[in-house]
Design a protein around this ligand. Structure first.
Ligand code: KG4
Ligand code: ZN
Length: 341
């Protein structure tokens, strides 16, 4: 390890993954350990916040220990500790924040609180050496749907956001309605491979005077109404067709709004991020739309799309370079806004 190398120990616990990673100079992942609670929450059809907090507290030390040993480093080699401090589930966030504070206090290491969405966006830096701001980023996760102009490292302008459900949330709710279970996104994607995306036309909402905003509660209700209608008429329900048609409605609107923003802002680079960015239909559709317009398209690999700590390490590195340091009063901020300190 060269003297000037910056090694970030990153911690992420905002939802249902307990994760720790060691990231060198922002873009080289030395380890990325994720302990998923998905199997546990599947029993309840979604994330149960108190269970999430309890699991985080149980797992966090082991996850950090594994991240250090897989990276082949000790706490002595670490330059700074980065941690997600919002947005997310408060009890879940508190576990990671308290852990990061304890380590930075004991080792006298700089403490850097990271915005979860900044982490998702920064996942793109890891495998794309040439990607640098400015670029446009569509962030689509279980809790967020944001169209963001990344002006510089750590500097963001939010062009559009969802007015109601996040894209991933819509996938999860529709999956539950058609009996696929949690988490909905991957299950809808799999089911849709045997379905016809043209079978049912679901609505694609536009918000008047806000061309970059999204709304997914309408399409979710339309799916529920369609299912009820079929039941009342004793018509067969084909979950694969519903999955494929719903996925098309969501993906089409994500691509349309993003391309509109790319055109209006003149951005030549576009990235996608967040759990839904691992969706194959979204990725191929966005790539094709970018190619048609000569826009360079970037996306993280699936493991870096869903919640992980490597993305927090990448974001923390650029915050570290910018001089961001949090004090002993760092707290979890469940509704933290992007760009706030
Ligand atoms: O980014 P993430 O792991 O957590 C949040 O920050 O919310 O995103 C999780 C969301 C879930 O709603 C999940 O259903 C969705 O991402 N997701 C997908 C896919 N994989 C995960 N949605 C569509 N297609 C997928 N392949
Ligand atoms: Zn996330």
């Amino acid at each position: 390890m060269a003297d000037k190398d910056v090694l970030i120990l990153a911690i992420e616990s905002s939802c249902d993954e307990t994760a720790a990673a060691v990231v060198k100079n922002g873009r080289e992942v030395l380890s990325n350990v994720i302990s998923s609670q998905i199997a546990l929450h599947t029993l309840y059809g979604g994330v149960v916040p108190e269970i999430a907090s309890r699991k985080h507290i149980e797992k966090i030390n082991q996850v950090i220990e594994s991240a250090l040993s897989e990276a082949g480093v000790g706490l002595n080699d670490i330059t700074a500790v980065g941690v997600t401090y919002g947005p997310g589930l408060v009890g879940a966030l508190l576990v990671g924040v308290a852990e990061a504070k304890a380590i930075s206090y004991a080792r006298k290491l700089p403490l850097i609180g990271v915005h979860h969405i900044e982490g998702h966006i920064s996942a793109n830096y890891i495998e794309n050496e040439d990607l640098e701001p400015p670029f446009l980023c569509l962030v689509v996760s279980g809790g967020h749907t944001h169209l963001v102009r990344v002006l510089d490292y750590g500097k963001y302008e939010i062009l559009g956001r969802t007015r109601d459900d996040a894209a991933g949330e819509a996938f999860d709710k529709v999956a539950r309605a058609i009996g696929l279970g949690y988490p909905g996104g991957p299950k809808i994607e799999k089911a849709s491979q045997n379905g016809n995306p043209e079978a049912i036309v679901f609505p694609q909402a536009k918000i008047r005077d806000h061309p970059y905003d999204f709304s997914f509660s309408g399409v979710k209700s339309a799916v529920l109404n369609y299912i009820n209608g079929c039941r009342m008429k004793n018509q067969e329900i084909v979950p694969e067709d519903i999955a494929a048609s719903f996925q098309k409605a969501v993906v089409d609107v994500l691509i349309a709004h993003t391309m509109h923003a790319a055109q209006e802002t003149g951005m030549r680079r576009l990235a996608i991020a967040g759990g839904v960015a691992s969706n194959g239909v979204l990725r191929s559709g966005m790539r094709a739309a970018c190619e048609r317009r000569g826009i360079d398209f970037y996306h993280p690999s699936p493991i870096l799309c869903t919640d992980n700590a490597a993305m927090i390490g990448a974001a923390a590195y650029y915050e570290y370079l910018a001089g961001t340091r949090h004090g002993w009063d760092l707290n979890a901020v469940p509704n933290l806004r992007l760009g706030e300190r």
